[in-house]
Design a protein around this ligand. Structure first.
Ligand code: FE
Ligand code: FE
Ligand code: ZN
Length: 278
């Protein structure tokens, strides 16, 4: 059985997310640690966490993925933006360790905003060197990006360059987003094996810890980052079924971030992908 779920709202707490996941046939889920635009995180509620552990056990949830706010930019040229990123990362990792140890925390590397890719890579690595601690149980993931604007992480080399500069790199992995890599020019539809070989050569498949399964509204290499529902984009249902069935990937947790009106939309996609991976 594959581990698959979707992005869920964290508004009602951890236990509600485990129940929502179970209600749509998911055995994992992704959530924002706080408002995606930033701001303060809600205080952890011990009773909610206790209820969560029971609900997660019942739903067979052993793996979850938190997502950092996407306004976070450790590669910014503004000191206050970098300071906010450092503070948020430190706080989020501490909360993850406290609430749900040994789980995954995903972030977008950042945007260099005109400083250049090299400088951006150095700034992201500096930030990780400041927030990672040897005792952390949470693994921090860098997400593969579409490469729009001044985004860092649109190519595997950029992620490898960041990781190579991180001292505690045992605590760092990668989350591969199918829409993003497709938009970044990696043909996961017609050459999935080739893309995985390239990832292995440049980053190392041992670093790959999670997959975001999304179709793309745009053609290969468009560098746009517009997610589509499974089968309603340029990657297509068959290719995304091959992703969740692939022998190198099928043990990883999969997360849908497709645009849906309600949870039932995710339930249908989870059922479709589960069946493909049987
Ligand atoms: Fe993301
Ligand atoms: Fe994603
Ligand atoms: Zn995206």
């Amino acid at each position: 059985m594959i581990t698959i779920g979707c992005h869920l709202s964290a508004a009602k707490g951890y236990a509600a997310m485990a129940r929502d996941a179970a209600s749509i046939g998911a055995n994992t889920f992704q959530f924002f640690t706080r408002n995606p635009r930033g701001g303060k995180a809600k205080a952890l509620d011990p009773r909610d966490l206790e209820a969560y552990r029971a609900a997660a056990a019942e739903a067979g949830i052993t793996r979850i993925l938190a997502h950092a706010p996407y306004t976070l930019n450790p590669a910014s040229s503004k000191p206050e933006t970098v300071a906010f990123a450092l503070q948020t990362l430190t706080d989020d990792l501490a909360r993850m360790d406290e609430a749900t140890p040994n789980q995954l925390y995903n972030m977008h590397p950042g945007c260099h905003v005109g400083q250049g890719t090299e400088a951006g890579i150095a700034l992201v690595a500096d930030a990780l060197n400041q927030v990672l601690r040897p005792e952390l149980t949470t693994t921090l993931l860098l997400e593969t990006m579409a490469g729009k604007g001044s985004e860092i992480g649109g190519g595997f080399e950029e992620l490898a360059a960041i990781i190579n500069r991180v001292e505690l790199s045992d605590h760092v992995g990668v989350c591969l987003d199918t829409c993003h890599v497709w938009d970044g020019g990696y043909d996961v539809a017609d050459n999935l094996d080739g893309v995985l070989e390239e990832f292995d050569r440049v980053v190392g498949l041992n670093r790959l810890k999670a997959i975001h399964v999304n179709d793309s509204l745009n053609p290969l290499g468009a560098r746009k980052d517009r997610h589509a529902r499974i089968g309603e984009g340029h990657i297509g249902t068959e290719a995304l079924c091959r992703v969740v069935s692939h022998p190198v990937l099928r043990h990883l947790p999969f997360y849908l971030e497709t645009p849906q009106d309600n949870l039932q939309g995710y339930a249908a996609e989870i059922a479709l992908l589960r069946e493909a991976a049987e």
